[in-house]
Design a protein around this ligand. Structure first.
Ligand code: SAM
Length: 222
């Protein structure tokens, strides 16, 4: 009953507030056709990411965990002329599908997709002296969230916004005895944030068509 209501309300919000978007619908269809798991952010969450990027006036965005590029497109659409988004994906099929979708969305020139384990790509970006990012979205394998947070700090400047998805996990996040490495990865992520004076952060619980979960939102202090 509750889940059904959440789904209906998500649909209502999207119908009311989000313009019809043939490209994004085609992207989701391409992801399903390629057999990617349906774990993209919802449309209204995609719009939320887009709004956060615009509020931040982000010109450089880093995304960890591309899947088929659905959230990437929402974020990249927030970039001004000359803006750039780097997105990291492990799975070659996901990456191929995403690259196809970036062409569909006519965003190829703004998006750099790097394929391989994100921790390796981040280390390579350090060697390449990649400039800091204005907004960093962490949405890959949750057991590696602690490592991603350290790298996010490395690629930050005062004022950088850091967002993490799936930080509630059906409420499992309060279960210290959980044997799920994703829950433990996210719990470690909270502990690191709590101990990290350079970041001010909070988390918001969300319900919707993708169930009960939430976002972490933080800013690197000036
Ligand atoms: N951000 C996407 C969206 O909302 O459309 C969803 C990303 S999905 C939740 C997580 C992605 O992270 C998957 O495509 C998975 O293959 C990728 N992934 C898992 N482990 C990874 C790793 N070690 N390095 C990079 N990507 C990884």
């Amino acid at each position: 009953q509750a889940a059904n209501t959440w789904e209906q309300v998500d649909r209502y919000i999207s119908e009311q507030l989000l313009p019809d978007d043939a490209v994004l619908e085609e992207v989701l269809a391409a992801n399903r056709k390629a057999g990617l798991p349906p774990i993209e952010v919802t449309p209204n969450q995609g719009q939320l990411l887009n709004l956060w990027a615009r509020m931040q006036r982000a010109e450089r965005i880093l995304e960890i965990g591309t899947l088929g590029g659905y959230s990437t497109i929402w974020l990249a659409r927030a970039l001004p002329v000359g803006g750039r988004l780097v997105t990291l994906e492990l799975d070659p099929l996901h990456a191929r599908t995403a690259q196809h979708n970036f062409a569909l969305a006519e965003l190829e020139s703004k998006i750099e997709l790097r394929v391989g384990p994100a921790l390796e790509q981040l280390a390579r970006m350090k060697e390449e002296n990649a400039a800091p990012f204005d907004l960093i979205f962490i949405d890959a394998d949750k057991p590696n969230n602690p490592g991603y947070l350290q790298w996010a700090l490395h690629f930050s400047r005062p004022g950088t916004v850091i967002i993490g998805d799936n930080v509630i996990r059906d409420g499992e996040i309060v279960n210290g005895h959980s044997t799920d490495p994703r829950v433990q990865g996210v719990r470690q992520f909270y502990r690191m944030l709590a101990a990290e004076p350079r970041i001010s952060a909070t988390a918001i619980q969300t319900v919707g068509s993708k169930g009960y979960d939430g976002f972490m939102l933080g800013i690197v202090n000036g």
